[in-house]
Write a protein that binds this ligand. Structure first.
Ligand code: KG4
Ligand code: ZN
Length: 333
């Protein structure tokens, strides 16, 4: 079964062709970063316009790379929730047009479920597992029971994890997206130079939620101190201390989730999964009997392959969506 998967929920315009839910024949990802860079964040209006301009070309490239023609497509799938409204509309409408024109069934895909499914393209992972999705838009700790069933255990009450890295990097003047720069600078600093707060934990010792507003304010305060003559620390030390605090906050909740559920299988997703400190700490967890899965970066970040792969699961069960279905910025309760 050939499934074409379309992903346009944020600023990545991606189309992939996946055979039988596992074999990725192509996964074309066109990133819009350079257009959002001047604004230090994704501008929804620019994102949707770029999707309109690019989607046809990205689709044609995906088919060409896969060595197929449109007649070979069995199922059309696209992300329809959650995400930026305008961006979702472009990819999902394109998918509906394609399904209608080719007279093939349509599968509407939940973006979070697709992220949590992506690692299956590289590993054999049994359910249940604890899913940790950390990106510029999402911070989700969840118990994943099957491809279609997950329970959110914790999330952020303000900024997403990657967003916090990006905002702190902006204060440093290190460009956008800044997570990777902070990570690089942090490698040269001392992560115990500053102690940044874990404000939520003080309020509720049992929470799985995180909050980045307190840390952000504390980091900005330290950066202000640079202006004082005689200030002795370095940006590398602040970056290292921030990285440790931001990641430890997630790791504490993850530890708690593993202890509370007894599930020692953990699967990562999202751009922050590239963080070197996070990877080091989680790699060590194997000594405590954890199984930790890190997908490749192409599958951690937004991509059409994860959309096509999860759509196959619905398709083999005959679960299709109507051409009347729409998009939703949030996942309905
Ligand atoms: O999943 P992703 O590519 O895009 C979406 O947000 O949808 O994630 C991008 C986010 C950005 O916030 C970026 O700064 C962050 O992932 N990121 C990192 C690292 N690499 C990327 N954050 C911390 N450490 C990194 N090495
Ligand atoms: Zn995403």
């Amino acid at each position: 079964m050939i499934v074409v998967g379309i992903e346009s929920s944020c600023d990545e315009c991606s189309v992939a062709v996946v055979k039988d839910g596992r074999s990725v024949l192509s996964n074309v990802i066109a990133t819009q970063i350079e257009f959002h860079k001047p604004y230090s964040g994704v501008v929804p209006e620019i994102a949707s316009r770029k999707h309109v301009e690019w989607i046809m070309d990205v689709y044609n490239r995906a088919l060409k790379e896969a060595g197929i023609s449109s007649c070979d497509i069995d199922v059309v799938a696209a992300t329809n929730r959650p995400g930026l409204m305008g961006s979702l509309v472009v990819g999902f409408s394109f998918a509906k047009g394609l399904a209608m024109g080719l007279e093939k069934p349509l599968v509407a895909v939940d973006h979070i479920k697709a992220h949590l499914y992506a690692p299956h393209l590289e590993y054999d992972i049994s359910y249940p597992f604890i899913g940790l999705l950390l990106s510029g838009g999402h911070t989700v700790i969840s118990m994943v029971n099957s491809f279609d069933d997950f329970e959110v255990m914790g999330t952020t009450i303000d900024d997403a994890c990657g967003e916090a890295f990006d905002k702190v990097a902006k204060h440093f003047g290190w460009g956008y997206p800044g997570g990777v720069v902070i990570d690089r600078m942090a490698e040269k600093g001392c992560d115990t130079a500053f102690s940044f707060p874990d404000s939520v934990l003080k309020k509720d010792k049992h929470t799985y939620d995180v909050s980045y507003s307190g840390i952000k304010t504390a980091v900005v305060y330290q950066l202000e101190q640079f202006k004082n003559p005689g200030y002795e620390s370095s940006p590398e030390n602040i970056a290292a201390s921030f990285r440790k605090a931001a990641i430890d906050m997630v790791l504490k909740r993850l530890d708690r989730a593993v202890n509370d559920t007894g599930i020692k299988r953990v699967v990562l997703g999202g751009g922050v999964a590239a963080n070197s400190y996070l990877r080091r700490v989680l790699t060590e967890k194997k000594h405590e009997g954890w199984e930790v899965f890190f997908p490749s970066m192409e599958l951690c970040t937004d991509n059409g392959a994860m959309v096509a792969a999860i759509a196959y699961e619905y398709a083999i069960r005959g679960r299709f969506d109507s051409l009347e279905s729409g998009v939703s910025a949030r996942v309905p309760d």
